[in-house]
Design a protein around this ligand. Structure first.
Ligand code: UT7
Length: 331
């Protein structure tokens, strides 16, 4: 699907993140399943991940990320008029995480909705926010990616339990009369591939598969790897074609942090320098919709991302769905 948008006068004006305190290292996982630190680091680049406490849920992580945003940027969120929370691990099927954030952050006049786009949730959320602001319907939108994947991970399954972690990231998107931070976007879906990555235990059979039925994540890693490393380089080109910029104008590429090898492969295939990629899987694992804001925030804290930089964000995952966004960082 092609969308030629993006003259939106909207920009990101603040960011906040949160990860739970508890660290789960590769060495601890060696005690739990038949794996090794060496295998995990070599195949994924992941060294440790954060795990929410038993009473800590996705809305708690999201509220903490919004709190971090307000404290660091001195921004009030009281007049936010729309909240989009991207998550595959809501506290409940309903009420939504976004409505919990609305209540707990003292936001009185906002619409609130959760979206389901798995690891592409954050970039889909930003895409929607820029459109809602460009249309004049809304002025100040919180976009949050938050997950407690540890609650839907089978810690007997070595093919998935070494991957996932918990975390949240939030950004504020505001209308701006002068500056547009959203430069171009490209989104897509390949629903036939949904069978390769899903949460089991729901009522409908997924393709030919017998569902495990324990409510946990099931993944055919090789298939998802193949799809992502062929789809994302093409998607990156399509984002750039909708802008007036070249890939060489991009200062930082921030793909979903599923696996370091995948980032390397995507960079190689697209001809983008790996040194200009930002990722978060080393310390946080695959945090699905939180992985891009966590990587972006790390890039800011490390002094890499600066005002005026051009960022190419690319989310991809369960669906299978993907969404790429070209942004100018204006804070
Ligand atoms: O975030 C949503 C999108 N998700 C992704 O993008 C994930 C994409 N896929 C991947 O990141 C990779 O496919 C994985 C990290 C999940 C797996 O890496 P791989 O290099 O594709 O491994 P593989 O599945 O091809 O397995 C290779 C071998 C197998 O053994 P045999 O059949 O060759 O004897 C596995 O059984 O590695 C074995 N293996 C493990 N060995 C030690 C699988 N998991 C482990 C493990 N420790 N944790």
């Amino acid at each position: 699907m092609n969308i030629q948008n993006t003259a939106a006068k909207a920009r990101i004006t603040a960011i906040g993140t949160y990860v739970p305190e508890r660290r789960l290292t590769n060495f601890e996982l060696e005690q739990m399943v038949d794996t090794s630190d060496e295998w995990i680091v070599q195949r994924t680049g992941i060294r440790e991940r954060r795990i929410a406490g038993p009473d800590e849920y996705t809305s708690d992580l999201c509220v903490a990320a919004v709190k971090d945003l307000t404290e660091r940027y001195g921004k009030s969120v009281a007049d936010v008029d729309f909240i989009i929370a991207a998550t595959t691990t809501p506290d409940y099927p309903f009420p939504s995480v976004s409505s919990q954030v609305q209540a707990r952050c003292g936001i009185e006049q906002a619409g609130a909705i959760d979206i389901s786009a798995a690891c592409a949730g954050f970039t889909y959320g930003l895409h929607l926010a820029s459109g809602l602001i460009a249309s004049g319907l809304h002025k100040k939108i919180l976009v949050i990616g938050g997950e407690t994947l540890s609650k839907v991970t089978d810690y007997h399954d070595r093919t998935t339990c070494i991957l996932f972690g918990d975390g949240a990231g939030a950004v504020l998107v505001e209308r701006d009369e002068e500056v547009s931070g959203f430069l171009a976007a490209h989104v897509g879906s390949k629903g036939e591939g949904g069978v390769h990555l899903y949460r089991s235990g729901l009522s409908k059979q997924m393709g030919e598969k017998e569902l495990a039925g324990n409510g946990c994540i099931v993944q055919n890693g090789r298939e998802v790897y193949r799809w992502a490393t062929t789809t994302v380089p093409v998607g990156m080109r399509q984002v750039m074609e909708k802008s007036s910029l070249q890939l060489s104008d991009v200062d930082w590429f921030i793909p979903h942090s599923a696996n370091l090898r995948m980032v390397e492969s995507i960079c190689e295939k697209s001809g983008f320098p790996m040194e200009q990629a930002l990722y978060s899987m080393e310390l946080y694992g695959n945090t699905s919709s939180a992985s891009i804001p966590l990587a972006l925030d790390k890039g800011l804290k490390d002094g890499k991302v600066k005002t005026g930089d051009v960022l190419l964000l690319y989310g991809f995952g369960g669906g299978l769905v993907h969404a790429g966004l070209l942004l100018r960082w204006t804070i």
